[in-house]
Unconditional design. Sequence first.
Length: 565
Amino acid sequence: MVTLNASLLGNTRPNWLPVRRALLSVSDKNGLVEFAGQLSELGIELVSTGGTAKALSEAGFSVIAVDSLTEFPEMLDGRVKTLHPAVHGPLLARRDLPSHMERLAAMGYAAIDLLVVNLYPFEATRAKPGVGYQELIENIDIGGPAMIRAAAKNHDGVAVVVDPSDYARLAEALKTNQGRLSWGHRQSLAAKAFAHTAGYDGAIANFLNGLPNAAPNAETVPSSNAGNSDNTVEAPNPLDSQALPRVLSLQFHQEQSMRYGENPHQSAAFYSAPKAPLGGLGHYKQLQGKELSFNNLADADAAWLCARSFDDLGTTACVIVKHANPCGVALADSPLKAYEKAFKTDPTSAFGGILAFNTEIDEDSATAIGQQFAEVILAPSYTERALKVFSKKTNLRLLQVPLGTEAGLTHGLDLKRVTGGLLVQTPDWNRLHASDLRCVTQKAPSEQQMKDLLFAWKVGTWVKSNAIVFCKDGMTMGVGAGQMSRLDSARIASIKAGHAGLSLKDTVVASDAFFPFRDGLDVVADAGATAVIQPGGSVRDDEVIAAANERGLAMVFTGVRHFRH
């Protein structure tokens, strides 16, 4: 953390400064009238533009129109209205420099002490179905960011507000301090303002950099068209934009500091993606328990995504995660039954695990879960009786995560930092159906085997590579994760089942990637598996298929791989 000393800040920072004149120009008018009333009651003069001025006038306020200050009417359909010295001079003049204030007076300008601006809704417009390219371009604000940056730069003398949620605090501060704001308050608002314009510009940059024709020198004008002023190009449709921009701008908001990072000597915090739709972990609410750690949230995300991947089946899923890997997953008609089945997979690893459910937790399931030691539990809701049961375990962290929509789970990009850079990819979301599979063996899976194969395949998506998952009747029976050899993962999954006292007879197996040799297939067959789901695509596919036929296994290919590192 950087600490600014007195020499960096200067010796004469203006602390409490009065607010006499405010300029309001907002796209989002939520809370505008009430806030303007509070300013007016304090004797603050109101200046405004366009639609904002109209809204305030209709509410009965006396408002000075910006064009009366600039003595210049709006032009170009409103593209130019505040880009004028009569606006930017009063925002940028330093109150501590007599030459600046004398110049303002000579021009007949009064200082603007408070700027209230929020910007054209670029991202909201982009999200509208069928939006046109030109409509989107017209929702790129120019005058707003210019004023915000001017006021934020000059926060020694000007306060700038970009978020309606700050109106109440600002009004209360002005009322409490006789119409004055402290330097600290102005500085915090300035920091938020610069973050706001950075995020706004980042969203526009990501859009433009993601368009198919965004590459440098994508077009060369033919010599025959040189100087042809009528030469036009068809504007690209925003819906055709690429998923990954050439230059990626990111912005996240700190929501909570963590107790520590992956290890106690590392500091950490949780940041949420702004405006992400409901459904992801970023919208969690902690109902009880001590502070979350970095590892708690990392494991919680893995458990939540796995549990939510079964929503399309319309059944209850319970997922138990340990060190980012599912160690027990099950489907049932109640959270209690799903939990009991998931716990049986690996009771040893479930100790200190993270549990996620895609449905409400009731008293019976809460009572059963309370018999084991769990670090975190996630669910969309809890009954009052369940909360009462959990309240007796004060260290247990209870998270409520809204279900939202599938878009909340697939929104944004998957990011992984490497030294000196960032790996970025689209999310790996699994929605495979029986019709997508290709049976490659003489024996085809039965109806029940097909259900279990699809279940095993979904679980395998969330297991670290190399992944081998044994399943039967909607329950994991053995999980092998994160080994350098797929053969070792197969052996470990068999061993884990044995430790849990589970028989792998007549189970099905999912492999997140192809079997490079028949040896891995022989291991799962020896363990008792009768059907296999795997991507296929190995140069030795024929050898593996022949081995499956030899062992009497049914095997289907997905054509899709699910590495998870």
